[in-house]
Structures are given as structure tokens and as C-alpha cells.
Design a protein around this ligand. Structure first.
Ligand code: APR
Length: 239
């Protein structure tokens, strides 16, 4: 029933915002942050502490050891049918914007282009000295912390850590897409972390229809949203 309603809403739509969270990568084997299987604790330390801006200043080596652990897990994970379907939607809708909270790079791997990565990307480093961005695809890294190829300084992960602001230009573009959207499809997020979770609310306030795909509804879309309870890898190809 919900799938049919969602299809009807999508049929005539042109401007689509797709907003994804960790749930879209769950079927790729990537642990989500909340709920079962989260990698919430590592070496007895809480993930939110390890992924904090303060820790970059106090123990950059430990931050990289934590991120190398996650990169190691991700290295064997590939896109699942949910990522692939979203990549195909770019040809289906004339004006689709993909915004993700994920840092795993799986939307890129599935072929999506111009992905708005609100929380950065775990496969990229940012130099603390000169600000240069650099792809760091090899894990384990040859040295930890990795050195900047431009100036020899040290890279930090180019990921938004707790206590940090989102990349302003990315968030602006994502907000503009939410303001224009006719439909916002929310996939696999608990919608608990702001300001990212603000985006479906912006879309709804501007009259967009909200479709949520999640085994456990987050409720972000409000009572008028179309809730499709299920796993992204099953639901999106059917949608
Ligand atoms: N398909 C769809 N949704 C799923 C699936 C699946 N197969 N498996 C789990 N989910 C849903 C869960 O029900 C939950 O609502 O995915 C959501 C995952 O929620 P979180 O783990 O909180 O991840 P997310 O919402 O992306 O977290 C937001 O919090 O820790 C920070 O920066 C981190 O980007 C992250 C942000």
C-alpha cells in the first residue's frame, strides 16, 4: 500500500531530494551508529568521544587508529541494491539531489555523482597545516597520522566530528535542494543528529511530500509522510 502511494507521488515529480543515513549501508555490512550492531565502543572508549574535535587536538594518532579500524571494516564493504537504485534514479529524475550523512563513500562507489556529504568522507584526509584535501584510499595507511603530500604536515580525517560545524557550502546546497524539493525520500536514518536531520523538515515545510524507508520509522516526516517499513535494499528497487 505505502509503496503504491509512494510510486504515485514519485510519478509526476521532477525535483527530488534523497536523504540517507547509516541504514542505507546496513545491508553492505556497515554497522549503524544506534540500534543493534553499532560500533559504539572501541578499546573501551565511546565512539562519540573518539570522533570528537577535542581528540584531534589531544591525540591525533588515536583518532587515526579509530578511523583506521572503521576504514578496515569498510574496505570489504561494497554498495548494496539501495545504493545502486539511488544511483540509477539520477537518470530517472531530471532534478535529483543526493544528500548523505554517511562517510563510507558507498554512494560514490555505486556510481552516484555530486553527492552532498554533510559529514565528510572517511577516505579523504585534510591537512591540519595547509588545509589540502587528499584521497587516502589505502588502509592500513603507510604511516599514522598520514603526511600531507603538499606541505608535509599531518592530515586529520576529512570527517565532521562531534562538536564541529558541517561544511558550510555543502549544507547550503543541501538546504537549497530541500527548499525546492517536491518529494523528499528519507532512507535509513534515525534523524536524531542535527542540523543534518533538519533537511526533511525544511522540505516538508516547503510543501514536499515525505517518503521514509526504514524498518523502524523515525517519525521525522510527520503524520502526513508515507512510511514504508522495510530494509532499503529490498524497498528501493521495488520503489
Ligand atoms: N534499511 C533501512 N534503514 C535501516 C536498515 C536497513 N537495512 N537497518 C537499519 N536501518 C535504520 C535504523 O532503523 C535507524 O533508524 O537506519 C537508521 C540508522 O540510524 P543511526 O545509526 O542513528 O544512523 P544515522 O541516522 O545515519 O546517524 C546520523 O549520527 O553518529 C552520527 O555522524 C553520525 O552520520 C551519523 C549521524
Amino acid at each position: 500500500m505505502s509503496i503504491e502511494r509512494a510510486k504515485a507521488v514519485l510519478d509526476g515529480a521532477r525535483r527530488i531530494l534523497v536523504f540517507t543515513g547509516a541504514g542505507v549501508s546496513a545491508e553492505s555490512g556497515v554497522p549503524t551508529f544506534r540500534g543493534g550492531g553499532g560500533s559504539a565502543v572501541w578499546r573501551g572508549m565511546d565512539a562519540t568521544e573518539l570522533s570528537s574535535a577535542r581528540m584531534v587536538g589531544s591525540d591525533l594518532k588515536l583518532v587515526w587508529e579509530w578511523f583506521e579500524y572503521r576504514r578496515g571494516l569498510l574496505a570489504s564493504c561494497g554498495p548494496n541494491p539501495a545504493h545502486q537504485t539511488i544511483a540509477e534514479w539520477a537518470d530517472r529524475f531530471s532534478d535529483m539531489t543526493l544528500v548523505t550523512q554517511n562517510v563510507d563513500g558507498l554512494h560514490d562507489k555505486a556510481g552516484s555523482r555530486d553527492v552532498l556529504e554533510l559529514h565528510g568522507n572517511i577516505w579523504r584526509g585534510r591537512c591540519l597545516a595547509c588545509g589540502a584535501l587528499e584521497r587516502l584510499d589505502d588502509t592500513p595507511l603507510p604511516e599514522v597520522p598520514p603526511s600531507c603530500s603538499t606541505c608535509g604536515g599531518k592530515h586529520r580525517p576529512d570527517v565532521v566530528l562531534f562538536g564541529e560545524f558541517l561544511p558550510e557550502d555543502v549544507f547550503k546546497r543541501a538546504t537549497a535542494a530541500a527548499e525546492r524539493a517536491e518529494v523528499c525520500i528519507v532512507v535509513g536514518t534515525s534523524a536524531l543528529v542535527f542540523p543534518a536531520a533538519e533537511l526533511p523538515l525544511v522540505a516538508a515545510r516547503n510543501g514536499a511530500s515525505i517518503i521514509e524507508v526504514n524498518p523502524e520509522p523515525s517519525g521525522i516526516g510527520g503524520p502526513l509522510s508515507i512510511m514504508i517499513e522495510g530494509r532499503a535494499g529490498d524497498v528501493l528497487p521495488r520503489l
